[in-house]
Write a protein that binds this ligand. Structure first.
Ligand SMILES: [Zn+2]
Ligand SMILES: [Zn+2]
Length: 388
């Protein structure tokens, strides 16, 4: 595939961008350096339009094809933000900012999409318009949602969107994708359980909040094991259990619980929220305790449209010949989901080989994945808007 040859030539340059971004990680919406670098490069490439400041630090580049008889506009998206993790890779280009690290490979995603933009601006061998979208705050801030809310899809006339994430555990150069749910809806909850605190030697005079909360934690496990259809996927994890006192002889007045609920279908998502509330309130009531529930909907399900998944598979096949179309969905959340909710498109995994897992302090994006990922991004434009 010709695209791939060009990216083999560009690999040293793209690797340099990737390592520079890796060395200078920034968090959430606070990406002044990364965004400026991306915008500067897009201008150097000769993009027809470069817009900064979308969703605070998001950057958009517009590249027009040789012709535009199709009137089509395709969006490609990468994320730019790092994580609050202390890097333990020992790399010579490791993070210069202790406590911030590109541990999810967004440095690689940004570099690959920059590489694709450079190639597309050079060749323009397509009939329509390519829009490259660089978003902030994928790791919890919902930067993709904010870009959609600010109207980025309408403003640039984007009709389809494609995104990519590297994935450790999949061989380098192998792609993985499936139609339908690809990543989970990620909701979170906080519960304050209130009993009647008192002396630990006189439990009969109070309401043991710790015991009530412990029963709630156990009972919540029945949602996935007893309530939801066993053929559907759901995760309910209680991750924080905090009593208001650490004394050995005091029954606490309140216990604080916090955790996350993951699901892959809208109906399951609604059903689980209903069960969650019923279980928490019911178990608390059985103990004479009361509860205050804060249940927040996070990123929606990342849903691959069947037709667009097919297009993504075809391009991945042409790039490397290795595509796993039976990959299981991940129960992690992904805020590219907001773009896929608004436009048809697809989200694909690209193998990072046998490396430390995402969000691990020893993780590193493998630069040898760059020619595959950049070829796929560019290939999507050429395949969906073939030159007239
Ligand atoms: Zn991540
Ligand atoms: Zn990520």
């Amino acid at each position: 595939m010709p695209v791939k040859n060009r990216f083999a030539e560009l690999l040293p340059e793209i690797t340099e961008w990737r390592r520079d971004i890796h060395q200078n990680p920034e968090l959430l919406f606070d990406l002044p350096r990364t965004a400026a670098k991306v915008a500067g490069l897009l201008r150097d490439f000769g993009c027809d339009e470069v817009v900064e400041g979308i969703a605070k630090t998001g950057v958009v580049g517009v590249i027009k094809g040789k012709t535009d008889t199709s009137g089509r506009v395709i969006g490609l998206r990468a994320d730019m933000d790092a994580l609050p993790i202390i890097e333990a890779t020992g790399l010579d280009y490791a993070s210069k900012t202790p406590g911030k690290m590109h541990a999810c490979g967004h440095d690689g995603h940004t570099a690959m999409l920059l590489g694709a933009a450079k190639y597309l601006a050079e060749t323009r061998n397509f009939d329509g318009t390519a829009v490259v979208l660089f978003q902030p705050a994928e790791e919890g801030g919902g930067g993709g949602r904010v870009m959609v809310e600010e109207g980025v899809l309408e403003r640039f006339g984007i009709q389809e969107v494609y995104g990519m994430h590297n994935l450790p555990g999949i061989p380098l150069g192998t792609f993985a994708i499936r139609p339908g749910p690809m990543m989970a809806a990620a909701d979170q909850f906080q519960v304050v359980v209130t009993g009647k605190g008192g002396h630990a030697a006189k439990p009969h005079e109070g309401v043991d909040t710790t015991l009530a909360a412990a029963h709630i934690v156990v009972a919540l496990q029945q949602i996935s094991s007893r309530n939801v259809d066993p053929l559907k996927q759901v995760v309910v994890s209680v991750c924080t259990f905090r009593t208001e006192t650490e004394a050995h002889n005091v029954i606490p007045q309140t216990v604080f619980l916090r955790g996350t609920v993951r699901s892959l279908e809208a109906e399951v998502r609604d059903y689980v929220e209903g069960r969650f509330r019923a279980v928490v309130e019911g178990i608390a009531a059985a103990h004479g305790a009361t509860t205050e529930i804060k249940y927040e909907r996070g990123y929606p399900v990342t849903l691959n449209a069947p037709d667009n998944t097919g297009y993504a598979v075809d391009v991945a096949q042409a790039v490397s010949g290795r595509v796993d179309t039976t990959v299981a969905p991940l129960m992690g959340g992904e805020d590219f989901s907001y773009m896929l909710n608004a436009r048809p498109g697809a989200y694909i995994f690209l193998g990072n080989g046998d490396t430390a897992s995402l969000h691990n302090p020893a993780y590193n994006f493998d630069d040898n994945a760059i020619p595959f990922g950049a070829s796929w991004f560019a290939g999507m434009i050429e395949a969906r808007m073939p030159a007239a």
